[in-house]
Design a protein around this ligand. Structure first.
Ligand code: GCU
Length: 705
């Protein structure tokens, strides 16, 4: 039927088509294009609350690794094929097989742990590392299995037994993946690719004054649950007087009539509930004898939650926290926050905290100071640390890393920030120590930023209506009003050189300079009047607690000196003179917390002449700050910056900083600087007077006995 030629033409056309298909590869220009784009990402399953109180197997320990600076291990497309990359954990089983990577017998990294301080050659590494390990599972068909990560900095892709299972973004919050369908009975393999690359589209961006530690920085575990299990739960004291307690649970599925039991033995509470059609159940109980959690009495109750034969154990404190006017009320009593800010580094070793002991070393320093509060900056710290704060009696400000120059217009950044906020709150919802959720730090005022932050404030309240929302504001007003005060004093002082007055007038500009002269002439401005610095950042309207970061005594003199042509040393002196005369307040009548203040010092550097970087200068800044803050009637607490010197890539000053931020009250190895003792005396004095005030009045009878 077909001529010889016709057959040859058809055969040739067929060969050409195959050749074109195999070798032309229509997107040759995008050879090795990633086959795993954002659109392909599988999201983690809803977060399981309190995994450690459940049936878990730890996957901590040494993991095989492959360092992958060019993302070569990611699935790619080439020649029309999808190459699975390192997820597959391919093994070359014969001498003729080409497999260009191998996890077995590869180098190892410890999990949990950052890679930067485990290997010198990875100290500055901010790309991708692949982790792999095997683990055995005696699979039960009645059980579900969840891979739980305490955190992976920054973006993690996970595969189990060669199958891609999911992706998580955000380096400081937990996530879990339901891997029930991917597990086999016996040996299983998990592969995790972690990239610590940050950009303008991440939260935080790469522009941070803390070190970008990468890796599987927190615990990894396999959690097994019944197929229907308690996903999230809450035990909350509603009223410190009536001692009404709300107990609520949510199952992992919208299932009706599932029996749930909650026991608090010490309160003789044994509550049985059944779920509604959404898989939700809640009950109220009244515990008149309940002991309330506070820093002085950090009492925790053992709580057992049970459904489907699976028990969850937790230790939960009962307390109320709210804001009234410019007061923060803990259990209905005004509380003053005697705190410190802390990054997630410890004094006992280098790197990001990974174990409870790491956190304990730092929290103990704050207790030693006489502190009752810690600001965990600028991201959610390890779950261990927050549980320790519960046990040790430290109130906690917990924050998401919406920091400095996040892209306020980027919907991806907003989604990322909202997700981190939700994960932070869900993880620590039952931690009595956590008194406020902070939605960010030093975010420069703009309309885009304001709507971004308002969105976060609303989201925080939607996820948890029981805690005040806060933010650390940069307070441009401080620099501006300090500058004005300095300018007025300089312009009205006969000692000020003419050149300086000229420089100030140039800085003010002719109109402002004229207006200032009028105001001085008409005594509208009194150069000796107290300086009221009022924070008006519009974000103050959306939060419940207004945090302000102010560095009077440290940064402002350096900023103003070149502007006013006044020698910095002179300005520093003037600042110290001005401080007792300064009152900080916010325009919203809300509690004012000094979320940051402080100065840098090299431990061991002493100088009676008060040169900066000396412990003496730092101590003087603390003395003046403490004096100045007494003027603020809205002051509800402080968390000076910072308990310990910490690593930062933006601090290169050799011989002084050497990539450490030196504002710690202790050095990186725990050496206490002079300012540590200044603040300790202040806090212990406050604690003693509070204790004296809360002493029940001696009644006549006692004396008689
Ligand atoms: C800022 C910022 C911190 C930073 C500190 C400093 O206020 O919030 O992250 O480390 O100042 O300059 O030391």
């Amino acid at each position: 039927m077909f001529s010889k030629w016709a057959k040859r033409i058809v055969a040739a056309a067929f060969v050409l088509a195959i050749g074109w298909w195999v070798f032309s590869g229509e997107d040759e220009e995008r050879l090795f294009a990633s086959a795993l784009t954002e659109a392909d990402y599988l999201q983690p399953t809803p977060l399981i609350v309190n995994p450690r109180g459940r049936d878990t197997v730890s996957l901590n320990g040494p993991w095989n690794i492959i360092i992958d600076p060019q993302d070569r291990g990611l699935p790619t497309r080439a020649l029309g094929l999808t190459l699975p990359g390192f997820f597959e954990n391919l093994q070359d089983t014969g001498p003729m097989e080409l497999v260009e990577y191998r996890f077995d017998e590869s180098e190892k990294l410890q999990v949990p742990g950052d890679w930067n301080t485990q290997r010198e050659d990875l100290f500055w590494y901010k790309e991708r590392v692949w982790y792999q390990r095997y683990f055995d599972v005696a699979r039960q068909d009645t059980q579900s299995y969840h891979l739980y990560f305490g955190a992976a900095h920054y973006e993690a892709h996970i595969a189990v037994n060669g199958v891609y299972a999911g992706t998580h973004k955000g380096g400081f919050t937990p996530f879990n993946l339901d891997v029930t369908d991917l597990l086999v009975d016996g040996q299983n393999s998990v592969v995790v690719s972690v990239s610590s690359k940050l950009s303008h589209g991440t939260v935080p961006t790469a522009n941070t004054d803390w070190f970008n530690y990468g890796g599987l920085t927190r615990d990894v575990m396999l959690v097994s649950t019944p197929s229907i299990f308690i996903q999230d739960y809450e035990v909350t004291l509603l009223d410190e007087v009536t001692k009404d307690i709300r107990v609520a649970i949510d199952l992992n599925q919208p299932m009706r009539d599932v029996p749930v039991r909650v026991k608090i033995a010490e309160l003789n509470a044994d509550i049985s509930m059944t779920t509604d059609r959404d898989g939700h159940a809640e009950a109220r109980l009244t515990a008149p004898n309940a002991m309330l959690w506070s820093p002085e009495t950090p009492h925790l109750y053992d709580v057992t939650l049970e459904t489907g034969g699976a028990e969850i154990q937790d230790r939960i404190g009962l307390r109320t926290i709210r804001v009234e006017g410019d007061r923060i009320l803990l259990n209905g009593q005004t509380v003053f926050l005697r705190g410190m800010s802390a990054h997630e580094e410890t004094t006992t070793r280098y790197g990001r905290n990974a174990t409870p002991d790491d956190g304990k070393a730092v929290l103990s320093l704050i207790k030693e100071l006489g502190g009752n509060y810690v600001r965990l900056a600028h991201y959610p710290h390890n779950a261990h640390t927050v549980k320790l704060a519960d046990e040790m009696g430290l109130m906690v400000w917990s924050e998401i890393p919406v920091y400095w120059d996040v892209d306020w217009h980027d919907t991806g950044s907003l989604a990322d920030a909202r997700n981190q906020l939700e994960e932070m709150i869900t993880r620590d919802r039952n931690r009595a120590s956590v008194i406020t959720w902070s939605i960010g730090n030093e975010t420069p005022n703009s309309d885009a930023r304001l709507s971004f932050m308002e969105n976060l404030a609303d989201h925080a309240r939607a996820v948890d209506s029981t805690r005040p929302v806060s933010a650390a504001l940069v307070g441009d007003e401080v620099g501006q009003q300090l500058g004005q005060a300095i300018a007025v004093r300089a312009l009205t002082s006969d000692d000020t050189p003419e050149a300086t007055k000229q420089a100030i007038r140039e800085f003010l500009g002719p109109l402002n300079s004229w207006l200032l002269d009028q105001a001085l002439a008409w005594e509208i401005i009194d150069p000796q009047a107290p300086i009221i610095i009022e924070l008006e950042d519009p974000l103050g309207d959306s939060v419940d607690i207004v945090g302000i970061n102010e560095y009077i005594g440290w940064y402002y003199a350096a900023f103003l000196s070149p502007v006013f042509d006044i020698p910095e040393a002179e300005l520093r002196e003037q600042m110290f003179e001005l401080m007792p005369n300064i009152t900080l307040r916010n325009a919203y009548g809300k509690p004012l917390v000094i979320s940051e203040t402080g100065a840098g010092a090299v431990a061991g550097r002493r100088d009676p002449d008060m040169s900066i970087w000396s412990e003496d200068y730092q101590a003087k800044v603390y003395e003046r700050q403490i004096e100045m803050l007494q003027n603020s009637d809205q002051l509800a607490g402080l968390s000076p910056w910072i308990i310990k010197d910490f690593r930062s890539a933006m601090r290169p000053l050799n011989g002084v900083q050497d990539f450490w931020n030196r504002k710690g009250l202790v050095s990186e190895t725990g050496e206490r600087k002079a300012a540590f003792h200044v603040l300790k005396a202040y806090y212990q004095g406050l604690a003693a007077s509070e204790a004296a005030q809360s002493e029940p009045p001696q009644n006549a009878n006692d004396e008689l006995e």
